[in-house]
Ligand binder design. Structure first.
Ligand SMILES: Nc1ncnc2c1ncn2[C@@H]1O[C@H](COP(=O)(O)OP(=O)(O)O)[C@@H](O)[C@H]1O
Ligand SMILES: [Mg+2]
Length: 230
């Protein structure tokens, strides 16, 4: 039996009297891609911040594989350092083979000496991905990182993330508003509603477009409280 990287049992987070999440139970397994979907304000980012250790739960249990997995977070806002070149944004001044390889992996070798302001939105997100990979994480936490990209760039970025995760046996937890993106990229899709996980279904990662579309539509119905077709 493979041990989960992270286990949430009845996890709860209150801010004062307001309950951000409650009774959240889920497990993230090595190499698996999980998507969190649902209406905004439902608690997705709170779940991710708790997993990342950026906040402390107010109840329930949050446990990690021993030794604890290395985790890195990626946001829509790329958080690049504008005064550093592309390669320095990745390596923070280290110029080893590992930095060169990472830039090649995300298709930014040519741009190594440029500055973030000279890059397109898609290139900036690829750079943010390279930087997240530097620490050799086992778990990538992706909080709507592709939200600001145009459809074509977004699609390429989805493929890049999937390829890199497969090659490096990386687990991912992806928050997205886009149910089709969730269906296309995830092994498992979890619907989060009113602060808790209300539904889980298999994603359609690597499957044909019609299957992806069907899974995405069914998940959308769950989010909107409509009947799911048999
Ligand atoms: N730092 C905070 N202080 C108070 N309330 C918060 C804080 N962060 C999130 N919340 C509340 O927790 C709930 C869940 O938010 P969030 O996890 O950001 O949802 P999502 O990512 O699904 O949009 C919301 O009602 C939000 O207002
Ligand atoms: Mg959020």
């Amino acid at each position: 039996m493979t041990e989960p990287l992270v286990t949430l049992q009845n996890l709860e987070k209150r801010y004062g009297h307001s309950m951000a999440i409650h009774d959240v139970s889920l497990q993230l397994y090595p190499g698996e891609a999980v998507a969190l979907v649902g209406m905004s304000g439902g608690g997705k980012s709170t779940i991710m911040r708790l997993i990342a250790g950026l906040e402390k739960p107010t109840g329930g249990r949050l446990t990690y594989q021993d030794p604890a997995p290395v985790m890195r977070v990626m946001y829509q806002d790329d958080r690049l350092l504008p005064w550093l070149t592309v390669q320095d944004n990745v390596g923070f001044g280290q110029h080893g083979q590992w930095v060169t390889d990472l830039l090649a992996a995300v298709g930014l070798s040519e741009a190594a000496e440029q500055y973030p302001a000279q890059l397109s939105g898609g290139q900036r997100q690829r750079l943010a991905l390279a930087r997240a990979l530097l620490a050799k994480p086992q778990l990538l936490l992706l909080d709507e990182p592709l939200g600001a990209l145009d459809a074509l760039t977004r699609r390429k970025m989805q493929d890049l993330i999937m390829r890199i995760c497969a090659e490096r046996h990386l687990s991912s937890l992806l928050i997205t508003h886009d149910v089709q993106e969730a269906a296309r990229m995830a092994d498992w899709i979890i619907v989060v509603k009113d602060g808790t996980n209300v539904y889980q279904t298999a994603g359609a990662k690597g499957q044909e477009a019609a299957t992806v579309a069907k899974v995405g539509e069914d998940v959308l119905r769950v989010i909107l409280d409509e009947q799911v077709r048999a």
